[in-house]
Design a protein around this ligand. Structure first.
Ligand SMILES: Cc1cc2nc3c(=O)[nH]c(=O)nc-3n(C[C@H](O)[C@H](O)[C@H](O)COP(=O)(O)OP(=O)(O)OC[C@H]3O[C@@H](n4cnc5c(N)ncnc54)[C@H](O)[C@@H]3O)c2cc1C
Length: 414
């Protein structure tokens, strides 16, 4: 039943907080597992759950309408008797009484709580960071306001050379805007990919007219009549612009859980069943810190649709009394121009990279190894490598680097 159709009860068997990828999937999976109790899906956005990846791709370019982003239509939730309560921000969790308090002062009880709050975009702190025309990209509202400003924009500065920044730069560059990307590290994608891939994307963007500045630190956003008009760097240069897009990561949205006593710093810690340290409280998705075998057994957070979905499946199974543990292999994708990047595994901690194929053909893969074992692949326009390389990662195989580099030998043969 969707918000507004009837007054919801104030206590549910399962309350899911966060109506994004993880929240939507866990609620739907519970019903798929045969769970018959009452379910509420609470989100602070005004809309039904929608897909976020298109926000820096087809939705930003205007090629996809909002309706096509919906994870499920309203009828889906209605038929499964899942109460979707939009515009509800949870501000307090009382773990003892099993109750939540929302910003509108409503109180909702739960038997089990699944926290899927994702994160809010990290913002700049320098003078001018809050001027009109400075945007982040996390919600359709963010993108709608960027799009509303595009017709009067000719110069854009993108702060952050991660996937969000680069995808945004690609779309706005193709829309005819003059785009500058500022990255404080000495290469783009520094947090998530190896040097050969970073170099390839830098060249690709520069070849298409995007000005990529490495080692660049923003000290001030310049404004005129409360509107952004430039970005000043630590070397004193000011780049004139009409629009600033900030893509410098997220801050996990977990304050109410941590205030209630959940263990975690920069997220909330969960075990293999996605249980937090609070009784009957689970957490999934971008905000969940978990031990990941593909990160050498370290406690990490992953920001990907795969992770949100797979943790949602685990939490739904556990709540339905089915044995389940999270041990999925991480995968991710990015789309920039006509380049489809697909990644499998996690490259952090690699001590060797192998380039398979020729980047100048715009179809190649970067394979990452640690102690001679394959730990991850980044595949650019190479679906075959992506599909066939999965086993090398899941089985952590030792393969000779020269064989990996030989693109005439299919990976499945290794
Ligand atoms: C622009 C963009 C592009 C992306 N592209 C890709 C991609 O190509 N591939 C990929 O794998 N991943 C991509 N991602 C990442 C992916 O979208 C996230 O990893 C995924 O959405 C995480 O799901 P989640 O459920 O943890 O969080 P979210 O989907 O962010 O959902 C969390 C929801 O909880 C709400 N919320 C937070 N706190 C509260 C509260 N206290 N009360 C109520 N509601 C609350 C939030 O407003 C939000 O609606 C992209 C993300 C963005 C922003």
């Amino acid at each position: 039943m969707v918000n507004g159709e009837s007054a919801p009860p104030t206590r549910f068997d399962v309350v899911v907080v966060g109506a994004g990828h993880g929240g939507a999937h866990v609620a739907a999976s519970l019903r798929q597992q045969g769970f018959i109790g009452s379910i509420a899906l609470l989100g602070d956005e005004a809309t039904l759950p929608y897909e976020r990846p298109p926000l820096t791709k087809d939705y930003l370019s205007g090629d996809t309408e909002f309706e096509r982003l919906l994870i499920h239509p309203a009828s889906f939730w209605h038929e499964r008797e899942i109460e979707v309560l939009t515009g509800r921000r949870v501000v307090e969790v009382d773990a003892e009484s099993h109750q939540l308090r929302c910003a509108d002062r409503s109180v909702i009880g739960y038997q089990s709580l699944i926290w899927a709050g994702g994160g809010s975009p990290r913002t700049l702190t320098c003078p001018g960071h809050d001027l009109t025309g400075v945007h982040t990209v996390r919600t359709t509202t963010d993108v709608d306001s960027i799009r509303a400003q595009l017709s009067s924009t000719s110069r854009v500065v993108v702060v952050g050379g991660g996937y969000i920044g680069l995808e945004t730069a690609a779309v706005l560059g193709e829309a005819g805007k003059h785009v500058t990307v500022l990255e404080s590290q000495d290469r783009v994608l520094a947090r998530v990919a190896g040097e050969p891939l970073a170099r390839f994307y830098q060249d690709e963007h520069r070849g298409r007219g995007v000005d990529i500045r490495l080692g660049a630190t923003v000290t001030r956003i310049e404004g005129s009549r409360s509107r952004v008009c430039g970005v000043t760097l630590s070397d004193g240069e000011t780049l004139p612009c009409d629009l600033v897009i900030v893509g410098i990561g997220i801050v996990p949205s977990v304050e109410p859980l941590l205030s209630a006593g959940a263990v975690g710093t920069g997220g909330v810690e969960v075990d293999k069943q996605c249980r937090t340290s609070l009784p009957d409280v689970f957490a999934i998705g971008d905000c969940a810190i978990h031990r990941n075998q593909y990160a050498n057994g370290e406690m990490i957070r992953l920001e990907s649709v795969q992770n949100a979905h797979d943790q949602a499946t685990v939490a739904a199974r556990v709540l339905s009394g089915v044995a389940a543990e999270y041990d999925a292999v991480p995968w991710f994708w990015s789309k920039q121009y006509d380049l489809r990047l697909q990644t499998i595994g996690l490259s952090r901690g690699h001590d060797e990279t192998v380039v398979r194929g020729d980047p100048s053909t715009r179809r190649f893969s970067v394979i990452y190894l640690r102690n001679s074992r394959v730990i991850a692949l980044d595949c650019v326009n190479s679906v075959k490598d992506y599909v066939q390389g999965k086993r090398l990662v899941t089985e952590s195989l030792v393969v000779d680097a020269s064989l990996l580099a030989d693109s005439t030998t299919p990976l499945k043969a290794l």
